[in-house]
Design a protein around this ligand. Structure first.
Ligand code: GUN
Length: 722
């Protein structure tokens, strides 16, 4: 049953100057695909560091490297330190030789042993020095474990003591990457304090500590609170590690909240008890006749054959099986980040376990006063806590929502009430409400009863009424949208059952939606477009008007004005002026391809895929010229939307100026300042410190990321502006 050494090449060390750095390669909200640069290779995150007990190696570390492609693992320096035999070899040959593993090695410090056994014999600096001496890639300081049953005062003492110990630990570690664990028990205030204090110090990674007993008791709601409190207060340029978390069921939710590393002995511990880890919970080998998931390790055996094996063989086989399932769920999460569907994966998984569902519902209903208001209420209302809890998490939730990008490619797959609470849907709605404003003073028309593409059903009618004094909206399953945004994701791209589009309008709900859009006290005319036969005449009759001629340009202009306001944060009067006397190049299907201004310059091109809009260099110049605010200063975090101030500006330093102007991307470390309303994937203008336009592009980052990262792409430049 033993693994034969394979032929996978050893790792390539990172560039010396990159050692210890973390960069984001792709993101989906706060979930990120990243790279940690170490002397024993680049660790691609999110990933699992399997726990290796140097005394009992159920799966050989070499097999982890060769067969499973594991880039990093974790072992315990205290265990090595305590056993002379291990200690001598580690000190003489290094930890990589000791456990026969060529990749990156993280070690823990003995804190967990002190939690289990009450104390450890090793000193604070001593254990860091030892980890350094045995050549680990990422060491851990001796933090003070905070248990969930501890009082506020006890936990605060532990948090303070951990910060105290951090100083000498960092000094001792010099040159070696060091873990700075975040403690704080069940108290969000203390998690916040710990995250803020530890962020100030020169750590490379921040593990979230003290969560093992919380996970053992399946208190996942508490885990979600801890995660939100820690992550939203930690500096974003350091990877976050979940100490002792290795159950695949928890990965999607934690990754969606920004977890980068996991470690766990669960794959072996559960195997010893003949239990199987699955993305939806744990199953007992004794209860199954079929494998829940077919994996290479068990493909030649039935569960009943495995039951008959001797304990050692069974443990090894089930450890491999558990590891394979765990790795598979991580692959799924990474792919979901690339696809922009990590929240949806977390949402789906939440339906598979009651404790996880409770955590998920807490997340989407309690942290903030949501703009989401499903047309049909269900158990969501009962998941809401009362009293102090609500509203208290607003900033933390804003941190998550404001990192979401919108519009997105691809459809919004309907998942019931959960759909309303997806953070990127919330982001889209917040942006709409903050940036869009009414341009008409007459009655409101709401079309309902049909699905996108609405232009196919009522485009012609709109051309005949849009120049009149009506504010025209469409009722979508995710709320009201102005007609001009009829092709914008997520509203226009909902994959769901037929009845969704047929919902009758609810008058009180319409009023609340309109209020959010800044419209009150107007007559609301609802028009059912489920049947488009005789629609024109019906509508003219309803409105009491004579049939009118078409005004295609009025329709096109209003679409561009809406997009300029909502997608580029342009002030409505500026947007109207830009579009004055514009002409349009249309596609064969009747959609706007290019907008040409009155002087003949091509400024904007709406994108067909998600209803967004691309700039040209001339378009960027026009938006740049609208700026009325002073230059941005520093990297303020402000989650309000700053409506009307145009696309965010990013100020770069002199060194990068010529490159950016040539159209090269802006790299982290070269940014001097940015506007606080910058968001990942939103259009930005890149300027020098005199405010001269250098380029336009898309931000990959939030302002605090621009402030803290030193590696990776900060802004993807679309075109330089010579
Ligand atoms: N392993 C599991 N939990 C912890 C923790 O809180 N601190 C450390 N150092 N190791 C852990």
């Amino acid at each position: 049953m033993k693994w034969q050494e394979g032929i996978r090449e050893g790792p390539k060390p990172c560039r010396e100057q990159d050692q210890g750095r973390f960069e984001i390669v792709t993101r989906d909200g706060q979930a990120r695909l990243g790279k940690i640069h170490t002397a024993h290779g680049i660790i691609e995150t999110p990933c699992l560091l399997p726990v290796i007990n140097p005394n009992i190696r159920t799966i050989e570390p070499r097999e982890m490297w060769d067969k499973y492609g594991i880039q990093a693992l974790i072992t315990n320096s205290y265990v090595i330190w305590k056993h002379d035999k291990l200690k001598d070899v580690a000190l003489a040959d290094g930890v990589h030789k000791l456990i026969d593993y060529p990749g990156a090695i993280m070690t823990d410090s003995g804190t967990f042993q002190s939690y289990v056994y009450g104390d450890v014999e090793v000193g604070v600096e001593e254990i860091v020095q030892f980890q350094k001496d045995i050549g680990v890639d990422i060491a851990t300081m001796l933090d003070v474990f905070t248990r969930p049953d501890m009082t506020f005062t006890q936990v605060e003492k532990a948090v303070d003591e951990t910060v105290n110990r951090a100083h000498s630990s960092i000094e001792t570690a010099e040159g070696v990457m060091l873990n700075g664990p975040i403690q704080g028990g069940l108290f969000p205030e203390l998690r916040t304090k710990s995250a803020k204090e530890m962020s100030k110090l020169n750590f490379s990674v921040h593990p979230i500590g003290g969560i093992v007993p919380i996970m053992e008791q399946q208190k996942y709601r508490e885990l979600a609170k801890i995660m939100l409190a820690c992550k939203s207060n930690l500096t974003p340029n350091r990877p976050v590690h979940m100490f002792g978390c290795g159950h695949p069921m928890l990965f999607p939710m934690l990754i969606a909240m920004g977890a980068d590393l996991f470690d766990s002995a669960a794959y072996v511990l559960f195997a010893r008890d003949s239990r199987i880890l699955t993305p939806w919970g744990t199953e007992k080998l004794s209860d199954i006749e079929e494998w829940p998931i077919i994996m290479p390790s068990i493909s030649n055996f039935t569960p009943s054959e495995v039951r008959k094996m001797n304990k050692e063989d069974r443990t090894i086989l089930l450890s491999r099986y558990n590891l394979e399932i765990t790795l598979q769920e991580l692959s799924r999460c990474r792919q979901a980040i690339r696809n922009g569907t990590i929240w949806r994966l977390a949402e789906r998984r939440s339906h598979q376990h009651p404790a996880l569902r409770e955590a998920f519902l807490w997340l989407v209903t309690n942290p903030a006063v949501s703009t989401m208001e499903p047309l049909i209420l269900d158990d969501y209302s009962s998941a809401k806590e009362t009293g102090n809890e609500r509203g208290r998490w607003e900033e933390n939730w804003d941190w998550l929502v404001n990192a979401q990008f919108t519009p997105r490619n691809g459809g919004e797959s309907w998942g019931g009430t959960d759909t309303h609470h997806r953070p990127h849907v919330e982001m889209a709605r917040r942006r709409l409400f903050a940036r869009w404003s009414s341009r008409k003073s007459g009655d409101v028309i709401v079309f309902h009863g049909n699905s996108a593409p609405w232009r196919d059903k009522i485009g012609d009618l709109i051309e005949r009424i849009c120049h009149l004094d009506y504010e025209i909206f469409i009722q979508t399953p995710l709320g009201l949208i102005p007609w001009g945004l009829e092709d914008l994701n997520p509203w226009a791209h909902i994959e769901g059952p037929d009845w969704l589009k047929k919902r009758r309008p609810d008058y009180a709900w319409l009023q609340r939606e309109l209020e959010r859009l800044g419209i009150t006290d107007r007559k609301i005319i609802t028009i059912d477009i489920s049947d488009t036969e005789e629609l024109h005449n019906r509508v003219f009759e309803m409105l009491g008007i004579e049939p009118t001629d078409r005004d295609k340009d009025a329709k096109n202009r209003s679409q561009i004005v809406d997009k300029l306001c909502v997608l580029y944060n342009v002030n409505v009067s500026d947007a109207i002026e830009i579009c004055n006397d514009a002409t349009f190049v249309m596609s064969r299907t009747g959609r706007i391809r290019n907008m040409i201004d009155s002087s003949g310059k091509h400024l904007f091109s709406p994108r067909l895929a998600e209803g967004g809009m691309s700039l040209t260099v001339d378009g960027a110049r026009i938006l740049h010229s609208l700026r009325k605010l002073p230059m941005p200063e520093g990297f303020n975090v402000d989650y309000s939307q700053n409506p009307g101030h145009g696309p965010a500006w990013v100020v770069v330093n002199e060194d990068s100026e010529p490159f950016v102007q040539e159209g090269r991307n802006v790299m982290h470390g070269f940014v001097l300042a940015c506007d606080p309303w910058i968001r990942p994937n939103e259009g930005v203008l890149v300027v020098n410190s005199a405010g001269k336009l250098l380029a336009y592009g898309r931000s990959q980052s939030t302002s605090s990321e621009l402030d803290s990262f030193t590696k990776g792409i900060a802004i993807k430049v679309r075109e330089g502006c010579p």
